[in-house]
Design a protein around this ligand. Structure first.
Ligand SMILES: [Zn+2]
Length: 342
């Protein structure tokens, strides 16, 4: 009841704007205006007509043959709290980044970073079963995943460019390989993994700690990955866990390695595109298509081929300008290193 009430209240607040105002001042529309001022994207976004044509999409239910992708859906109440934290953090740090303002939303700040101007240090921890060499990633497979991450976040084709580049810091990571059969099989949300992260984590909130393991839930169901959000306040637990067999070429060539892009999207503040179904505020990004539930397989609607949906690896190929903006905002609010400490 409490959660339902909170969601309804937020929906009313959002719906308080007229439909025309919502279209005219959506962040999607705003980000192209912002881009002209040196914003994160230089990308023409969907115009008002396209937004008005956006109806609630009900993706075909095709069943799901593989592992479920992750367990990264916060409750509606947690999302509202995260959103409030983000807006507050952007206000508090306004002197540390180039602020952008959206016409008609005087209290809303956004952050501008030129495309590719933010370098994220990446520390990989490959946890494998020493009795089964096939569970250990080769150095070139790890480098390949970082390259894939860089290609995805650079944008191009249908995907918006983002602020982010990823720099593999392996030479500074003494724990690249962790031979531990028990830890390899341990649930991602259990004590064993918690203790391991405490021991292995490197760097600050700006550093991406990327773990590879079998990636299971407590009940044993396999996952493709798991991530912490930028609002995470427990630094050693911060990071992304991906299934070792989610990398490009794994599972008989059915995986393209995009799990890491999806999970790093969460790490930079993105929700699933189907978050809250078609009810506002959805995924808190206004240029992703309203979607009743997760898309699977590879639906015909190109708008659903988003890195933050549940479509097949070979199908997901895009971030929207609004998602690029939200990741820039999350970086400015929570992950960007602050001169002279916090
Ligand atoms: Zn996810």
């Amino acid at each position: 009841m409490g959660v339902t009430h909170v969601r309804a209240a937020r929906r009313i607040a959002f719906a308080g704007m007229t439909a025309a105002a919502l279209v005219g001042t959506s962040l999607a529309g705003a980000s192209s205006a912002l881009a002209m001022g040196g914003g994160v994207t230089g990308h023409q976004t969907a115009g008002p007509q396209e937004r008005q044509a956006s109806v609630c999409i009900e993706p075909p239910r095709v069943g799901f043959a593989g592992a479920i992708r992750d367990i990264d859906d916060p409750t509606a109440a947690q999302e509202i709290a995260q959103q409030d934290s983000l807006l507050q953090a952007l206000q508090q740090r306004a002197g540390l980044y180039t602020p952008l303002r959206v016409p008609g939303r005087p209290n809303e700040l956004h952050a501008s970073f030129p495309t590719g101007s933010v370098t994220v240090p990446v520390y990989v921890h490959d946890i494998y079963d020493p009795a089964d060499p096939s569970t250990k990633l080769s150095f070139s497979q790890i480098v390949g995943q970082i390259a894939l991450l860089n290609r995805a976040f650079a944008g191009g084709g249908p995907s918006a460019p983002t602020a982010f580049k990823f720099d593999f810091r392996n030479p500074f990571n003494p724990n690249l390989y962790v031979a531990d059969a028990e830890l390899f099989q341990a649930p991602v949300d259990g004590d064993l993994v918690r203790e391991a992260k405490q021991r292995l984590h490197v760097g600050g909130m700006n550093a991406l700690n990327l773990y590879y393991s079998q990636a299971r839930q407590t009940q044993g169901e396999p996952l493709l990955g798991q991530a912490t959000y930028p609002t995470n306040d427990n630094l050693p637990q911060d990071g992304v866990i991906d299934a070792y067999d989610s990398i490009a070429g794994a599972r008989g060539g059915t995986m393209d390695g995009d799990t890491v892009v999806h999970e790093v999207g969460h790490w930079l503040g993105l929700y699933h595109t189907f978050e809250n179904g078609c009810a506002a505020p959805g995924d808190y990004v206004e240029d992703t298509p309203p979607e009743a539930w997760a898309a699977q397989g590879c639906p015909e609607e190109f708008g659903l081929h988003n890195y933050m949906d549940y479509v097949d690896d070979g199908c997901m190929d895009r971030f929207t300008p609004g998602q690029a903006q939200r990741m820039a905002d999350s970086w400015a609010g929570f992950r960007m290193p602050v001169p002279n400490g916090s």
